[in-house]
Design a protein around this ligand. Structure first.
Ligand code: COA
Length: 261
């Protein structure tokens, strides 16, 4: 594993827990943090040891309080476009990962922090978490995918309200509108996230990857394209050894032993 300054990673039971470690700035994403996040997820994608990832922030106050405002403040038009495209590419890598990523939101997830959490496949929030897209209050708009992913997750009405108003939602409200999957106490956040990951890890790894692809790529196109994609991936899953094992194990009333083949 490459040694990184701003990102910590611990692996156990096929789950990698990745922490953004810049608590003195509430884990704000400067370019160095973004690049390290990218490197970390590139390694995770190719790791055969890791089957699921939990992403969180160091400290009890923030998941990530946004893109680093001190870097944004000096950007001109051309550089700001590059900045947005770089952030989007890093978050895209996370969304396209071949294994599920769960955001464990341990406090503020604002601006780029909420955009990062939304690039993950599932979200668990601590009761003290607060989420929002406050960019318009700074004179800019979300640039790391927020205008697109928030509307897809919670629908256009709530997305307009949150992005145009710039206000924050607390964990319970976030769960009510479908922005987070689960809410728990701060003490239970990592255990709850691990339980969600462990639930996925019981299943056939290739089937999980194909299902993730079907959902993600399906959201990018029309229903007809999504259904065509689903039948292709369904057929691929039916060609795996694990499919033989899973169906046979059911018929023999035993637990399957999946090999990821
Ligand atoms: N970029 C850069 N630095 C940030 C930051 C960000 N997005 N968010 C917080 N920080 C820094 C603060 O400047 C402060 O640094 P300092 O101690 O060197 O002054 C430190 O993190 C602690 O933040 P502080 O504002 O003192 O904490 P708080 O508890 O009073 O407020 C927040 C917490 C999250 C409400 C507040 O920090 C905030 O509004 N942050 C910006 C959120 C935002 O607009 N994000 C979108 C950016 S596009």
């Amino acid at each position: 594993m490459t040694a990184l300054r701003w990102i910590q990673r611990q692996d156990a039971d096929r789950i990698a827990t990745v922490s953004i470690n810049r608590p003195e700035k509430l884990n704000a994403l400067n370019l160095e943090v973004l690049e390290e996040l990218d490197a970390c997820f590139a390694e995770l994608d190719s790791s055969s040891e890791v089957g699921a990832v939990i992403l969180t922030g160091t400290g009890s106050k923030a998941f990530v309080a946004g893109a680093d405002i001190s870097e944004l403040a000096g950007l001109g038009i051309a550089a700001s476009k590059q900045h947005a495209m770089r952030g989007q590419a890093v978050f895209d890598r996370i969304e396209r990962l071949s294994k599920p990523v769960i955001a464990a939101i341990n406090g503020f997830a604002l601006g780029g922090g909420l955009e990062l959490a939304m690039a993950c496949h599932m979200r668990v929030a601590a009761e003290n978490a607060q989420m929002g897209q406050p960019e318009v209050g700074l004179g800019l708009i979300p640039g790391f995918g927020g205008t697109q992913r928030l509307a897809r997750l919670v629908g256009p009405g709530k997305a307009y309200e949150l992005i145009l108003g710039g206000g924050r939602v607390r964990a319970e409200e976030a769960q009510r509108i479908g922005l987070v999957n689960r809410v728990c106490s701060a003490d239970e956040l990592l255990d709850t996230s691990r339980a969600l990951a462990a639930r996925v890890l019981r299943n056939a790894p290739l089937a999980v990857t194909y299902a993730m692809q079907a959902i993600r790529r399906g959201l990018e196109g029309s229903l007809a394209e999504g259904l065509a994609l689903e039948s292709d991936l369904f057929a691929l899953s039916c060609g795996t050894e694990d499919m033989r094992e899973g169906t046979q194990a059911f018929l023999e009333k035993r637990k399957p032993a999946f090999k990821g083949q």
